[in-house]
Structures are given as C-alpha cells and as structure tokens.
Design a protein around this ligand. Structure first.
Ligand SMILES: C[S@@+](CC[C@H](N)C(=O)[O-])C[C@H]1O[C@@H](n2cnc3c(N)ncnc32)[C@H](O)[C@@H]1O
Length: 409
C-alpha cells in the first residue's frame, strides 16, 4: 500500500504521539502494547541519520504497528519511506495509525509518505538508512542483512533494536557477515540497538541463498523456506503427526485450506495425497506465503495450490470450504498467547460449510478442545502421542457455532 503526504502538510505531524498508536487489527490485550522502548531507542539512535537522508532513502523493516515508520516521518521528517512488514496485520495497523495521526491524507501536490514492499532488492535499492526491529530468527536477520548490504547505498547505516532478553551475540555475528562495522548501543529500558555500517562488497561476504531448500526423503517432499518462516525447512513434529491422518480427512471434500500454512508442507502433502482437491494455502506472513509458493513449485504442485496472504482467511466467504487443516500458532511475538489460535478457530467456524471439518494438532496440555467446540462445533480426539493431540471438529448444519455447543473439557 502507499500513503501520500502533501507539500502543504507540515513536515512534522503535530498529531503523532507514540501513546496514540493502536495494535488493531492485531490482537489486543492488557499486556500487549503497540510501542515499546526498543522502537523509541531505534528512532533516537537513528535520528541524525534519518534527518540527513534525502527523500526515498529511508527504509523500515519489521515495524510492528507503525511506531518506527510514523515516528521517522513525524518526528524526523523522513519522506518516501519504503516499509516491509511480514504480517499483513502489521501493514493494516500502520495504515490505521497513519490515518489517525493525520499522516494518511491524500491530496494534490504530492510527496510520497510511505509505501509497502515485499522483502526484495527493490526494498533496499539506494537506501542510506535502514531502521527496524530485530527479527526473532537468525535466518530472517541474515536474509534481510544480505539484501540490504547487496542493494543499499555503500554509505548505508542499519539500526535494528530489540529487547535485551531476546538478543544474542549470534545476531552481531550474522550482521558482521554482511557489514564491516557492527556495534551495540548502550542498553536503555531493557532495550538495545545493533548498528551496522560498511556493507561488504559483493564476493567478500558469505551468501546464503533464500529460500532455503531441503528434501525430506521420508515424505518425498521438498520444503522451501524464507528466513522468517516457521520451522525453516524442517517439518515440525506436531505437523508431522497431523499428516498421519490425511487419509481419514473428509472423504468427499472438494476444497481444502491449509490455515496458517507456513512453508506450505500441509498444503503440498494434502494436494498430492488427494488429487481432486482444490487447495488453498494461506498465512498472514509474507515470508510464509513466499515460502509456500516455492514449496508448491518445488514439488510440481504450483497448479494445484493457490497461495493467499491474508489474516485468518478474512477474504474467504462464509461456508465455502469443506476441509481445513491447521497446525495453529500458540505464540504471539515472543510470548505464549492463546489469542492467535482462537482467532483461527473462529475463522474456521465461519468459513467451513455445514458438515465441513477442521483438523488440528496441539500440545496435549493446552485446553484447545473446549475452544474448538465453541468456535467450530463438536470436537473429537482422533489421535494422541506422547506430546500432541490431533482433533477433528465438525461444523454442524444446525446452528451457528458458539451458540449451542456444550463446552468440552
Ligand atoms: C505453528 S505455525 C504452522 C506452520 C505450518 N502450517 C507448518 O505446519 O509448518 C503457525 C502459522 O500460523 C500463521 N498465523 C498466525 N496467525 C495467523 C493469522 N491471523 N492468519 C493467518 N496465519 C496466521 C503463522 O504465520 C505461522 O506460519
């Protein structure tokens, strides 16, 4: 998406405050915030560089809800900012917060405000400043650092912040593979910024090719993964258990969705096992959907699998799908939180046709059966091993889910 500013608008927004930022449509709860000390610290550390950068030279990566993008624009005059956010809900939150801060207006006499790009060379071409949140995984950091070092301006400085408790020395090492100068800021309010400069010239830095590819002989499956995708090219043990039940899933289904598809392992396995099924692989994450596209192609299934970047199937009509298969998230950012899976279960209740089935897997200690029953319909345990439970929930033809189901334990 693009948001445009006008020359008539004041360069520094007078309505932007960190406190006014909201997470919506990201999950909201008392203990979940839209901005933290690491956002503020990155902006403080990068202030001078942002203010000195010409229009079009500032890039923001991993902004969660817009604090960095809008802060750079409103407090430090950044213009024509290129932004990459992995979850689609992050993009929507940024757009909503921009609108609320008066940074989302479109008039005449246009100067670009910010625009969203995928994680590709175009995101970084010619950039002199990159600011952002440190990603959770080293592969995500490596993929981003390599792209930035290869395609940005030689004078690039990168400022990536995080909570000290989530940072490791391995992050410095990953940055040092692509940049000659890497240093850490002093810690402030339990946050720190890694600052990197001096992109290593082409040929003088180790290069990892993304998406990564791995062949799993036992499943006869290629798995492709961009840096930020769940489980990299591995097959999660919960997913592996769920795959054992494919032959028992809705025998008459014509349409199936791999909900929260990650690298697309479930979609690829289901599509191959059930040649008449139309399969949709969907995830909110851009790394996931790019990976799922690559996995489908690597297994010769590109024609069979439609890949959709979407928040909890929001673009699929009610009662339109026969079978949903999902290994749901139980983390939200760095914390364990049931909101993320509840959202997917409610979406399954909406999108399944009457008699449609949701097959899911979860750690056996989690109280998901009752939640599935309330959100979708009667839920049966179909398999259990030492760690995981696989359930099948059936969308009843009689009632709307949530209205009449007895609560299972
Ligand atoms: C546990 S991973 C499973 C990935 C993959 N299905 C597998 O088995 O390897 C859960 C996935 O759900 C996705 N996800 C979380 N919240 C989502 C949402 N609101 N809409 C769509 N996908 C979501 C995450 O991005 C992640 O890829």
């Amino acid at each position: 998406m693009s948001v445009l500013l006008t020359d008539q608008q004041p360069l520094m927004s007078n309505t932007f405050t960190f406190e006014s930022l909201q997470r919506f449509p990201g999950l909201q709860a008392d203990n979940l915030v839209a901005v933290d000390a690491s956002d503020r610290l990155v902006l403080a550390q990068a202030a001078e560089a942002i203010e000195a950068a010409p229009a079009g030279r500032v890039v923001v990566v991993g902004d969660r809800f817009g604090a960095m993008t809008l802060g750079a624009m409103a407090l430090h005059g950044a213009r024509d900012v290129r932004v990459h956010q992995d979850p689609v809900t992050g993009e929507q939150a940024l757009a909503n917060n921009a609108e609320r801060a008066g940074l989302g207006a479109t008039r005449t006499g246009l100067t670009d405000g910010f625009h969203q790009l995928p994680l590709t060379p175009e995101l970084f071409t010619g950039a002199t400043v990159v600011i952002g949140q440190l990603p959770k995984s080293l592969d995500a950091l490596r993929e981003m650092a390599q792209l930035a070092a290869t395609h940005a301006h030689p004078a690039l400085t990168l400022f990536l912040g995080g909570r000290v408790k989530h940072m490791t020395h391995a992050m410095n090492d990953v940055l040092a593979d692509s940049f000659t100068d890497v240093r850490a800021s002093l810690a402030r309010q339990k946050s720190r910024v890694l600052v990197a400069g001096g992109p290593r010239p082409h040929g003088q830095a180790p290069v990892t090719a993304y998406p990564l590819r791995q062949r799993h002989l036992d499943l006869d499956l290629w798995v492709c993964a961009h840096g930020a995708a769940f489980a990299r090219t591995k097959i999660d043990i919960g997913t592996r258990f769920l795959l054992e039940f494919i032959d028992r899933m809705h025998p008459d289904a014509g349409t199936a969705v791999d909900l929260g598809c990650g690298t697309g392992i479930i979609a690829a396995t289901v599509a191959r096992a059930r040649p008449r099924l139309r399969v949709v692989a969907t995830d909110e994450s851009s790394a996931a959907t790019s990976s799922a596209l690559a996995t489908a192609a690597a297994n010769g299934l590109a024609e069979r699998i439609q890949v959709l970047r979407d928040d909890a199937m929001s673009s699929l009509p009610d009662a339109s799908v026969d079978l949903i298969v999902s290994n749901p998230p139980f983390h939200l950012g760095a914390s364990v939180h049931s909101g993320a899976s509840d959202k997917l279960f409610r979406a399954a209740g909406r999108v399944l046709r009457p008699d449609g089935e949701l097959w899911t897997v979860f750690n056996s200690h989690l109280p998901y059966r009752g939640r599935l029953t309330r959100a979708v319909g009667p839920t049966r345990i179909v398999g259990q091993n030492a760690k995981f439970t696989v359930t099948m929930s059936t969308r009843s033809p009689r009632d709307r889910p949530g209205e009449s189901w007895a609560t299972a334990p």
